[in-house]
Write a protein that binds this ligand. Structure first.
Ligand code: FAD
Length: 438
């Protein structure tokens, strides 16, 4: 299904180019001009498909996982920008440099120039300022204004300036249709869906401190309504409505509960920044908008895998806790190894619960705690999870087993490399990184 969607995406991007080539196979322009014209047609389609990629539509992200789709969305923006910047440069051969720097140009060209400026601003904000500490909410506000502005400017520029559009009715129809889809997707994602979620807010039922800076928040759906169905290891978007001047922001967190735990969902949240610093102030009776479920980080998507190896670092244990409870409650006979890295003993989240599951026989779980700063009496592993340690615990017979890694980006990338070097197939390595920006 995923392959089909990728093919469909490729066809959509190429469609205006194909229509233009079929309808106007010969022009009197140079080869470079033709490339510039094709670049614009493809870039336009890439831009118009962007709201579909970022709009969290199940029928799009379901096959890949939202994290992958969002990374694709970001890379598609970079490719569209490259094509759009090439477009006027390649056209200067026919129209002269005045097209780029002159003011004596047809009015729709101004819309094209403005679209390029906004696109450049969008890229600088997202690729430079956001990774360097720009507040996410501020970036999102800019993105929500700049993104649709680019679409409108690009539409007007192409519609009134593009020679292909003037000459080819099918292209004009496509232009209007895809622009309408893009605008509708944006309006649905940013305006209509939030209002629909607001009509059935979940209720916070419990807030429990797990360690010094980690809290589990339990939520129940409105009375008489079912929970959103989910797979263990998936994540949701929560917007807490707590009053008292506490911030109202949408954030993504793993669902740390298992679908086998009835009547509630929970997230286990670490105080990592300005919003999460307030998570302990959440209390029973507060409300939250829940948009769920997302992600493909679940052993349930890979029933063919024999035994499981989980590698977690710090708060990265949350999806693994969900899967372990699910394995326990569904009586799974699998062998499961958990390598769990933390800085200190006090920071191990779910220590007691993991020990309890380890004592049972379903699943046949072995937990290996790895501490960077072990206490005096510590008899477990110390330091970092490295190649030697992984090799020692997983042994030789790795065929058919599934490997699930969740934690800081460094732990995830080094574990992937180690597993690959030990001969584990790519398709058996599943990862969740707690940021869409990496
Ligand atoms: C799939 C997934 C699952 C996650 N599961 C958990 C979990 O179970 N437990 C846990 O403690 N953390 C989890 N996180 C991380 C969590 O989303 C961030 O720690 C949290 O959003 C940080 O918010 P902050 O404002 O306190 O921190 P800040 O320091 O302000 O932000 C840190 C980073 O978090 C991201 N971020 C901040 N605000 C938002 C927002 N509104 N929407 C999207 N991203 C934002 C940005 O990348 C930002 O650079 C998960 C992240 C992802 C992607």
């Amino acid at each position: 299904m995923g392959t089909l969607k990728i093919i469909l995406y490729g066809i959509s991007v190429l469609l205006p180019l194909v229509i233009a080539i079929i309808a106007k196979p010969y022009t009197d322009k140079s080869f470079l001009y033709e490339i510039g014209r094709g670049a614009a047609l493809m870039a336009f389609m890439i831009l118009m498909l962007q709201p579909l990629l970022s709009g969290r539509f199940k029928w799009i992200e379901g096959s890949f996982g939202l994290d992958i789709v969002i990374r694709f969305h970001r890379n598609a923006a970079i490719i569209a920008a490259g094509l759009l910047f090439a477009h006027p440069l390649l056209l200067t051969g026919e129209h002269g440099i005045g097209l780029l720097i002159g003011f004596d140009v047809p009015w729709p060209v101004y819309f094209g120039k403005a679209a390029l400026l906004f696109l450049a601003a969008n890229l600088v904000l997202g690729l430079y300022f956001l990774p360097r500490g720009m507040k996410f909410e501020r970036w999102r506000l800019f993105h929500d204004i700049i993104g649709p502005t680019i679409l409108v400017l690009a539409f007007i520029h192409g519609y009134f300036q593009g020679h292909d559009l003037k000459d080819i009715a099918a292209l004009r129809t496509l232009w209007i249709a895809i622009f309408t889809v893009a605008v509708a997707a944006f309006i649905y994602h940013r305006l209509i869906r939030p209002r629909r979620l607001a009509r059935r807010p979940y209720r916070v039922t419990e807030v429990n401190r797990e360690t010094g800076d980690v809290w589990t928040v339990k939520l129940a759906p409105p009375d008489g309504q079912p929970l959103n169905a989910y797979q263990p290891g998936q994540f949701h978007f929560l917007t807490f409505l707590r009053g008292g001047g506490l911030p109202v922001e949408e954030h993504h967190w793993t669902i740390s509960s298992s679908p086998t735990e009835k009547g509630f969902v929970s997230s286990t949240i670490k105080e990592l920044g300005d919003f999460t610093a307030t998570i302990g102030k959440t209390g029973p009776g507060d409300r939250a908008l829940v948009h769920a479920p997302f992600g493909r980080f679940s052993y349930t998507f890979h029933p063919e895998e024999k035994n499981l190896v989980f590698i977690a670092g710090g708060i990265g244990i949350t999806p693994i806790r969900s899967m372990l409870i699910h394995l326990r409650d569904s009586g799974s006979p699998r062998n499961v190894l958990l390598l769990y890295a933390n800085s200190d003993r006090e920071n191990i989240v779910f220590y007691d619960e993991l020990s309890e599951i380890e004592k049972g026989s379903h699943p046949n779980l072995r937990v290996v705690h790895v501490l960077q700063n072990p206490p005096d009496q510590w008899t477990g592993e110390t330091g970092r999870i490295d190649g030697q340690m992984i090799r020692r615990y997983i042994g030789e017979d790795k065929a058919g087993d599934g490997y699930y890694i969740c934690g800081p980006p460094g732990l995830v990338s080094s574990s992937i490399n180690i597993l690959k070097s030990l001969g584990v197939e790519d398709k058996r390595i599943h990862t969740e990184i707690f940021s869409f920006l990496d």
